[in-house]
Design a protein around this ligand. Structure first.
Ligand SMILES: Cc1cc2nc3c(=O)[nH]c(=O)nc-3n(C[C@H](O)[C@H](O)[C@H](O)COP(=O)(O)OP(=O)(O)OC[C@H]3O[C@@H](n4cnc5c(N)ncnc54)[C@H](O)[C@@H]3O)c2cc1C
Length: 471
């Protein structure tokens, strides 16, 4: 924007910022952090009263109640670890190892070791035929493993096949007791809608459900540490974003206030970005429109004892119970947070989360909290009979945008979106890479910052042709 024009805009609106980042989830905070590091002056605008988005958490009477994200991985999270180190969160035990395992419910108990090498010994709930089929499936995957990309999953040899199509015709256990519970408990995915490639790419990168870590002081720790170093305005919901013909971007807030910015990063889920930025260029619309999200409800229960699920004697504790649709269909999983990290609950107490399956989400999303707790608790006592009598307090968290679904349509359009020219309005969020992980969100934040910085390196940036940045 020309100097005089910028000044006029400032006078008219009151506030002008260098880069406005919309959304203080981990993708927006990463974008802002990397921009600031490069000498720019970003400001973050967050609708909620707190930072973290789907990585929010809160401390309450000695409990650490996480609302969304549970864990990160020691492998396959390089961008996250870079950020962790940059803000010093790795020092003084800020990141803890998770000693317990994921397990699948079958035949009245939990089978520990899903996605872990332990599972190759125990079977992790697979029948003998299922175990043989799994070995065959892994063998079949071997030639493509080097070619699966976490950034462009749809361009791998696995193509645009859905999870269900991938195992069609194979032993039913592969779907029912391995891939379906893994995709549904963690990502609220319907295996008939979502592609297998992002799941395989993530599992390859993280080496399965192996080497998991959690932030000692709660999963919002990284967001908080990053936010401390930035200018973040909370309680500021953006309503509309428009590009000015002369350059620069205008943001209108829900309270009527206006801010102008040289550039904007929309670090919100794609359907939200679409609503906020109706005049997005035609070439960006197909991918934005194709990106859908699964929904989920997570209810966290403070309990008066460290409850556990029934499992075979001598097996390692299960902290994440994956409940196959075949066994339930209403509850997708339970997590025993006190086994993930002992400090999630005061000594002698426990913290258990219930995750809704699609049917329960559809039924309960708009119902009052008490009804949500009652209905899910009614189901959860099948797995932990003492849950109701041990209950002290409950917290209901609704996610209308839980995880990008990575449908064949979205994956097909992703490459063109990543290769689009750089513009004054950029995007960040886990959906950019179509992987529902905080690492994908951090990577997308890095990419948005890189793209914005590339505009300044190009003298023709304001007029175009605008540069592209390879993702
Ligand atoms: C239940 C659950 C469990 C998960 N578990 C894990 C896990 O164990 N490991 C893992 O790696 N990942 C996990 N994830 C995924 C991970 O949480 C997300 O991928 C990541 O946090 C997404 O970050 P984001 O910045 O893209 O989006 P978000 O965190 O959704 O951030 C978007 C932000 O934008 C704000 N916003 C929205 N609209 C506006 C507006 N109009 N104006 C201003 N601000 C606005 C929102 O309030 C929010 O703060 C989990 C997710 C869920 C839901």
């Amino acid at each position: 924007m020309a100097e005089a024009e910028a000044q006029a805009a400032e006078e008219e609106t009151g506030t002008h910022v260098d880069v406005a980042v919309v959304g203080a989830g981990i993708s927006g905070l990463t974008a802002a952090y990397r921009l600031k590091e490069a000498g720019r002056a970003p400001e973050v605008f967050e609708a909620d009263g707190d930072v973290g988005g789907r990585m929010r958490a809160r401390q309450e009477d000695g409990w650490i109640v996480e609302q969304g994200t549970e864990t990160l991985a020691s492998h396959g999270y390089p961008s996250t670890w870079r950020l962790i180190k940059d803000v010093g969160l790795d020092r003084d035990g800020g990141v803890l190892k998770v000693g317990s395992l994921a397990g699948v419910w079958r035949d009245g108990k939990a089978h520990a070791g899903s996605g872990h090498w332990v599972g190759t010994l125990t079977g992790a709930g697979l029948s003998l035929g299922g175990r043989m089929a799994m070995t065959g499936m892994l063998g079949g995957l071997l030639p493509s493993l080097g070619k699966v990309s976490t950034r462009r999953p749809g361009e791998s040899p696995l193509g645009l096949r859905t999870v269900a199509e991938f195992v069609d015709g194979k032993h039913p256990d592969l779907h029912d007791y391995l891939l379906q519970p893994a995709a549904s408990t963690g990502w609220a995915w319907d295996t008939r809608r979502s592609c297998v490639a992002p799941l395989v790419a993530t599992m390859v990168a993280t080496r399965g459900l192996h080497g998991w870590r959690t932030y000692r002081d709660g999963m919002d720790s990284l967001a908080r540490k990053v936010a401390e170093r930035l200018t973040v305005h909370t309680g500021r919901a953006v309503q509309e974003v428009t590009e000015s013909p002369g350059g620069g971007v205008r943001l209108v807030f829900a309270d009527g206030r206006v801010v102008t910015a040289r550039e904007v990063v929309l670090a919100v889920p794609a359907p939200v970005a679409r609503k906020l930025y109706p005049s997005a260029p035609a070439e960006e619309l197909p991918f934005l429109d194709a990106t859908s999200y699964s929904r989920m409800i997570r209810v966290t229960l403070q309990v008066d004892r460290p409850l556990a699920v029934r499992q075979s004697r001598g097996t390692k504790k299960v902290y994440a119970l994956l409940i196959p649709e075949k066994e339930d269909g209403y509850l997708a999983g339970l997590t025993f947070e006190h086994f993930k990290a002992a400090n999630r609950a005061p000594r002698g107490r426990g913290l258990v989360s219930m995750l809704s399956a699609e049917r329960a989400t559809d039924e309960l999303m708009d119902r009052p909290d008490e009804e949500v707790v009652e209905k899910l608790l009614g189901r959860a006592t099948r797995y932990v009979p003492e849950l109701r009598e041990a209950l002290i307090a409950s917290h209901v968290h609704r996610f209308p945008y839980a995880a990008p679904e990575a449908t064949p349509d979205a994956l097909r359009l992703q490459g063109a979106f990543l290769d689009r020219p750089v513009r004054a309005v950029e995007f960040a969020g886990d959906w950019v890479f179509q992987r529902p992980t905080s690492e994908a969100a951090v990577q997308a934040g890095e990419l948005a910052a890189e793209r914005i910085l590339s505009r300044r390196r190009s003298p023709a940036a304001a007029q175009g042709p605008v540069p592209t940045v390879q993702a």
